[in-house]
Design a protein around this ligand. Structure first.
Ligand code: COA
Length: 178
């Protein structure tokens, strides 16, 4: 059984143990440090395997972005960055990433009548892009050479389409413990 919890800084070292398995040390981990430091604890999530106590997955959400990639991003009202979404390798492919993503967007939609959420994903990460698009994220811009270590897409979503589609389907399955 899995339960979803708000981010708890006491689990920081466990969180790093998972993150180091899935994110690049050279360029992703420095941004990860930033995301951990400035994420909104109440919006960020740890998904715990209750049988083992391990962190199976996590979503870090920031109000203050870890980085501005384009000028226009500074002027988006009520904007959040899904700075990191990760699932431990042994738990991938079981729906945990989808669940964390849906849970994050539901939380944002309950917080504000309108919001935008964006993320950066490597263009070569086709699995993750498919997942984001299925949930409703759209590709906004491709990052220019040199702006990101690998070519990436800035993808984004705004409240209304997501809320209408997923509200009833997912709320009952989610246990949130603050
Ligand atoms: C991307 C990630 C968060 C997805 O989480 P997950 O729990 O494995 O995903 P789910 O089980 O919910 O699967 C949802 C979809 O993700 C896609 N997907 C996830 N991992 C994939 C992989 N390794 N290869 C291909 N597709 C993958 C598939 O489209 C899948 O849809 P499907 O069921 O139609 O095949 C997870 O694989 C991960 O942590 N990867 C490493 C870190 C990463 O890339 N994070 C995103 C950076 S922006």
């Amino acid at each position: 059984m899995f339960t979803v919890h708000s981010y708890n800084p006491l689990r920081k070292s466990d969180l790093y143990n998972v993150a180091r398995k899935i994110f690049r040390e050279a360029d992703e981990m420095p941004l990860f440090d930033k995301a951990v430091a400035q994420c909104e604890h109440s919006l960020s999530r740890l998904l715990i395997d209750e049988n083992t106590g391990y962190i199976a997955g996590f979503a870090l959400v920031c109000k203050k972005p870890t980085k501005y990639y384009f000028k226009f991003m500074k002027s988006i009202p009520n904007c959040y960055e899904l700075a990191f979404l990760g699932v431990a390798p042994e738990y991938q492919g079981c729906g945990i990433g989808s669940r964390l993503l849906k849970e994050t967007l539901l939380e944002l939609s309950q917080l504000a009548s309108a919001y935008t959420c964006w993320l950066l994903v490597d263009c070569i990460n086709e699995g993750a892009i498919r997942l984001y698009e299925r949930i409703g994220f759209r590709r906004w811009r491709k990052t220019d050479e040199g702006k990101t270590p690998l070519p990436g897409y800035i993808m984004g979503i705004s409240k209304s389409p997501y809320y209408t589609r997923f509200r009833h389907r997912f709320l009952p399955h989610i246990i949130v413990r603050n």
